[in-house]
Ligand binder design. Structure first.
Ligand SMILES: *Cc1c(COP(=O)(O)O)cnc(C)c1O
Length: 472
């Protein structure tokens, strides 16, 4: 399978190359040339299979010819053995026709573990085969960083640099990034927002010399393999609820548009999904774009669901590319406008195509707190603030269009955001046992200004340091 860039000015690459690169050299995002299709019978056969079985079936066609099936299977088994729940991603009913798909039973308590555990193993496998090192860089609104550090910390071939917005992540999120010991792990508190951190990572990739010198590898959801790994739980959950004989709708707490785009891919691969519902907090650029066609960046608001405090949703570029019939020229024009004037207008035809599959609801802070309280009161369910945004959006979607079962993606464990939960319910969810002691450990991080040159200097000075020390 070959992978192409949404901006059309980079040559098609193999799976291995898209895995290691993350971002395409023309600044675009990679997508497969075509989507393998699973028929009704093949999807029905997923019923009763383990999460790892389904993951193997879904991922295999994308890596065919590059990674042997038994080797892939070994990585999948190891990745999902680290989850605390045997189903990996269990479903819990919270109201009539309304379910939470719990994606937070991995080590760092957010859905990012599901893709990152596999991504790290795939990257390590390829680097070992090539005898190469790599510098892993990522921007995080809180959860990606923790998941990446956890997944890559033991690996000899990599240095990891994670940029998070200083003072804008929860204490549990910060401590998960800053208390991991390791010479090759670097947590950077950027004096800026998540969007600044993401722009900085993209600029690193667009700096061709640096990219080559440090062998940069990106683990944000700009990396196609993260999206791919996330398509699996759409299949497992749909089948558990009677799919493919019945359609399911999904409600996804959304920031960078990676998780919900994985749902769109699952649909392209044959899964009968009725609606894909974007749930945002008060950072509502996607809800505004769907309502009016105008995608316009405003300021970022800090909310109790910080992992969604994002304005520029990178993966929306992938959907726009598809909605424009894969016209890379049209995408280059839109992205140039976004860079120059902070926004663009989606033309009527692509907007119609997007609205045919997606809805969007924005949920404010008061509504989020009320929803955490309501889910607890009515269903005895403790939802973290991100999941609560999803549940609230789901109730609104249900009021519009009632009969189809709705699955809300439960993106974080409530113990990751104990203050918001305590405020709404009076309950303080305890951390799972493996994180006991998190608050006693020493933190390591560096505060850096939002300055591209300084960040590059910092990374240059430290990349490869751990390996040089080990060798000397
Ligand atoms: C990352 C994250 C999101 C947003 O996911 P995207 O793929 O960026 O849209 C939502 N909730 C939580 C808890 C997250 O960590």
């Amino acid at each position: 399978m070959k992978y192409i860039s949404t901006r059309g000015e980079a040559p098609p690459v193999s799976f291995t190359e898209t895995l290691i690169a993350g971002l395409a050299p023309d600044g675009g995002l990679y997508l497969p040339e075509s989507y393998p299709e699973f028929g009704h019978g093949a999807i029905a056969d997923f019923a009763g299979q383990s999460y790892a079985d389904v993951a193997q079936a879904i991922v295999a066609p994308f890596v065919a010819g590059e990674i042997e099936p038994p080797i892939l299977r070994g990585m999948i088994d190891a990745a999902y053995a680290s989850f605390r729940h045997p189903a990996v991603a269990p479903l819990v009913q919270i109201d009539a026709n309304l379910f939470a798909l719990e994606l937070f039973h991995g080590r760092t308590l957010a859905f990012k573990d599901i893709a990152m555990q596999l991504l790290a193993r795939l990257i390590d496998h390829v680097l070992q085969a090539r005898g190469q090192r790599a510098t892993i860089v990522g921007a995080t609104s809180g959860d990606t960083g923790a998941a990446a550090i956890e997944a890559f910390r033991g690996l000899a071939q990599v240095d990891v640099f994670i940029l998070y917005p200083h003072g804008r992540v929860s204490e549990v999120q910060r401590r998960q990034m800053t208390t991991v010991e390791g010479d090759n792990i670097h947590a950077i508190a950027l004096e800026g927002t998540f969007d600044d951190a993401q722009a900085c990572i993209k600029a690193l990739f667009n700096h061709a010399n640096l990219r080559e010198e440090l062998k940069l590898s990106g683990v944000n959801s700009i990396n196609w393999v993260r999206i791919l790994a996330q398509t699996v739980y759409y299949f497992t959950s749909a089948v558990a609820l009677g799919g493919p004989n019945r359609k399911i709708s999904y409600v996804v707490p959304t920031g960078n548009f990676g998780d919900i785009f994985a749902g769109w891919i699952a649909k392209r691969m044959g899964l009968p999904i009725e609606r894909l519902v974007i749930a945002t907090n008060s950072n509502d650029i996607l809800a505004r774009a769907l309502a009016s066609g105008a995608y316009g960046v405003t300021g970022v608001h800090a909310t109790q669901s910080p992992s969604m405090d994002i304005q520029v949703s990178s993966n929306f570029e992938r959907l726009l590319f598809e909605a424009h019939g894969r016209n890379a020229g049209a995408l280059r024009t839109l992205m140039a406008r976004l860079r120059q004037s902070g926004g663009f207008t989606i033309e009527p035809a692509p907007l119609k195509a997007i609205r045919a599959e997606f809805d969007a609801f924005s949920v404010n802070e008061t509504e989020t707190t009320q929803e955490i309280a309501r889910a607890w009161r009515e269903a005895g369910y403790l939802a973290d603030p991100h999941t609560a945004v999803g549940i609230n959006a789901a109730r609104r979607a249900q009021a519009q269009n009632g009969k189809t079962p709705l699955v809300v993606l439960g993106t974080a464990h409530p113990a990751k955001f104990p203050d918001a939960i305590a405020l709404a319910t009076g309950q303080r969810p305890p951390l799972p046992a493996h994180l006991a002691g998190l608050f006693d450990k020493k933190e390591h991080f560096t505060i850096l200004p939002n300055d591209q040159k300084e960040i590059e200097r910092f990374i240059r000075a430290r990349a490869g340091q751990a390996s040089r020390r080990a060798a000397s």
